[in-house]
Design a protein around this ligand. Structure first.
Ligand SMILES: Nc1ncnc2c1ncn2[C@@H]1O[C@H](COP(=O)(O)OP(=O)(O)OP(=O)(O)O)[C@@H](O)[C@H]1O
Length: 647
């Protein structure tokens, strides 16, 4: 009877047969988000980009110089190039299948893995065209090679017949891919001429060795239905066109193209500054747009920043040293494109470049050129330097103003003995430890670094915000203390810029109660100050549970397993190992606390972030469920998951 009560029922049908293995292109249709970032309009147009990128790769590799992109009335799209043509001969590893079929129907099949057929290509995963194939209800590929056309058709990733001859091609070669996006995946969304036109145009700017023809049977009233793009002026022309008639500080942008000295590839760029609009940067790697930037952008800004500061020094403008990257980007409008071998992107949609070497390559390529340019065009150099110095001054003044507000906020708090503030005036590098209980506050006060570390001891548990009415929130003492200390309001009144500290660190005991308090605080921040978590300001401290001493040797362990292992191994000292378990932060002396939990050089911190993939609602529910053990389990499991060491 008792057993029945304890043993949960159900789940008997969960056995080996419930574990599925998706084969061929099935995973793409089941989880398109993983391959094209979703099923929205952006994802739909990503299909065009995948096919176009393949033709661009042929062009960049020097095998094609013309590409045609055509949007048809039925919503399908054709992309044609005069490159080498996708190979159609039998594939040695897949008997009975042509290379074409293998490429279209297999994930991770491609010619860009070894760098033999392509050197600096945008494609690298061997996934692109198979994804397009999987997500289209009709695909027709025609390859003109060796005076003959070979064609094959597919539907939802499945060949509709073998590759077969489809006429003669006496004097042309290349690949033509026509695809119609599948309504089962994209619903009623349709390819839009404006988006494709823009994409196609930008590709022509990025690689001047190609002519791209555009044609659309769909007329949206704004986009030209026919056009030919060929831009020998490259990025400099692109920037000029983007900026239109806006006044700029340099008459001609700082632009150029430099081959890397010690690696295959090159960097191309164009930048100008304007008071007329906000700055922007558009970056590309191997003609693939990288809207989230990455290492090439970092290298570009580093070159510009170092160059402008050095110029300031040359003309004895001391204020130039204050200029930061933030000032550069404010009015700077930049286009950066690099071509590198074996680029590493984040994800299949390639939104960010991760190749470390790109930073150095791009920085080195541009740095000297920038110095020369500044020295040659003194009028532009002076105008840009003056403008940037002004921006830096403005930024510093704004910050100083905020600091005064911050100081007066501390005065207004009138919380003697509660908020133990840090002494530096700027927010940079400051930390607020939210500590559990007064006794912990005592040792933390001794352990902290006065300049940058502040403390806010909380008495007992804060209100569970999920269950509370918002009027109750405002009148809760602990919560209003917390808001005042942080210098921000709740919900819609939260302003990230007002935050008075860089890092907000929840420091609670390493036990169930501590975990409960941490989860209450995290829920509070999640519901009332989410942008603070999104911007990466919220952290959990990791106080240890055990201290082991052996003679003069001391070590700390975060959990039982770590302690057992160390106990077995020994600390390298002589004699008995003494184990003490900390019942709470209050039991640690200042030295313990400093070394393990507070000193940035030796501690461990966990950055709290919201996993956008996870069901956040369920997660909060879980955090706020009635059982503290569940919360503790959640936190300890996920702590491992989101572990990011502090820097
Ligand atoms: N237009 C084309 N001309 C010549 N070869 C092509 C063309 N399109 C595709 N290929 C060949 O098919 C292979 C697979 O293409 P696919 O788009 O699937 O992946 P990829 O371009 O290698 O990498 P990624 O997944 O990063 O786009 C390419 O590596 C290339 O060898």
């Amino acid at each position: 009877m008792a057993d029945d009560l304890l043993t949960p029922t159900g789940g008997q049908d969960y056995d080996a047969s419930s574990i599925e293995v998706l084969e061929g292109l099935e995973p793409v249709r089941k989880r398109p988000g993983m391959y094209i970032g979703g099923t929205d309009e952006r994802a739909l147009h990503h299909l065009v980009a995948e096919v176009l990128d393949n033709s661009m790769d042929e062009a960049v590799a020097g095998h094609a110089n013309r590409i045609e992109v055509e949007l048809h009335a039925d919503g399908s799209c054709t992309i044609r190039d005069n490159g080498r043509g996708i190979p159609t001969d039998p594939h040695p590893k897949f008997p009975g299948k042509s290379a074409l079929e293998v490429i279209l129907c297999t994930l991770h099949a491609g010619g860009k893995f070894s760098g033999k057929a392509y050197q600096t290509s945008g494609g690298l995963h061997g996934v692109g065209i198979s994804v397009v194939n999987a997500l289209s209800d009709h695909v027709r590929v025609e390859v003109a090679r060796d005076r003959q056309i070979m064609a094959q058709e597919f539907s939802r990733g499945i060949p509709q017949g073998p590759v077969a001859p489809a006429g003669a091609a006496p004097n042309r070669r290349g690949t033509s891919v026509t695809f119609h996006p599948d309504g089962q995946i994209f619903g009623t969304l349709k390819l839009k001429p404006a988006r494709i036109h823009k994409l196609v145009r930008s590709k022509a700017y990025l690689f001047s060795g190609v002519e791209i023809r555009w044609k659309s049977a769909i007329d949206d009233g704004e986009t030209p239905t026919e056009a030919t793009f060929h831009f020998p002026g490259g990025l400099a022309d692109y920037l000029k066109e983007t900026l239109g008639t806006a006044a700029t500080y340099a008459d001609t942008p700082f632009a150029g193209s430099v081959e890397f000295k010690d690696a295959p590839g090159k960097a191309e760029w164009a930048i100008n500054w304007t008071p007329a609009r906000d700055g922007f940067i558009q970056s590309y790697c191997n003609t693939v747009p990288t809207p989230e930037g990455g290492t090439h952008e970092a290298g570009f800004w580093a070159a510009i920043l170092k160059g402008i500061r050095a110029h300031g020094e040359r003309v004895s403008n001391k204020k130039a040293a204050n200029i930061t990257r933030e000032d550069l980007t404010a009015g700077g409008c930049a286009l950066v494109s690099c071509f590198i071998a074996e680029p590493e992107f984040v994800g299949q949609t390639k939104d960010r470049l991760a190749t470390n070497a790109a930073q150095r390559l791009v920085e080195n390529a541009i740095r000297d050129r920038f110095d020369t340019w500044l020295a040659a065009d003194t009028k532009a150099a002076t105008a840009i330097l003056d403008y940037l110095v002004l921006r830096a001054e403005e930024r510093l003044r704004r910050r100083a103003e905020k600091e005064t507000q911050r100081k007066s906020a501390t005065k207004k708090l009138r919380l003697p003995g509660k908020l133990v503030d840090c002494t530096v005036k700027t927010r940079d590098g400051t930390e607020l430890f939210i500590v559990e209980g007064d006794s912990a506050g005592g040792s933390a006060k001794m352990a902290r670094k006065r300049e940058t570390q502040a403390l806010l001891p909380l008495r007992g548990k804060i209100l569970n915000v999920l269950g509370a009415a918002s009027s109750k929130l405002g009148s809760n003492q602990e919560i209003s203390d917390l808001c005042q200390a942080l210098g921000v309001g709740m919900g819609s009144k939260f302003v990230l810029d007002d935050l008075r500290y860089d890092k907000i660190i929840i420091m609670t005991d390493a036990d169930v109660d501590g975990a409960h308090i941490a989860s209450l605080l995290m829920t509070f921040f999640y519901t009332q100050m989410k942008p603070m978590i999104d911007a990466g300001h919220l952290y959990l401290a990791c106080p240890p549970l055990f201290r082991l001493t052996q003679g003069a040797h001391r070590a700390y362990c975060l959990d039982e397993a770590e302690k057992d292992a160390l106990y077995k191994k020994g600390l390298g000292g002589k004699g008995k190992i003494d184990v003490s378990r900390f019942k709470g932060l209050g039991e640690m002396d200042a030295k313990d606390l400093k070394e393990t939990t507070m000193n940035p050089a030796t501690r461990k911190l966990i950055r709290v972030r919201i996993d956008e993939q996870a069901e956040t609602g369920e997660l909060v529910e879980r955090l706020m469920g009635k059982k503290p053990e569940l919360r503790f389990e959640y936190i300890s499991q996920n702590a491992k998951f989101v572990e990011e060491l502090d820097v």
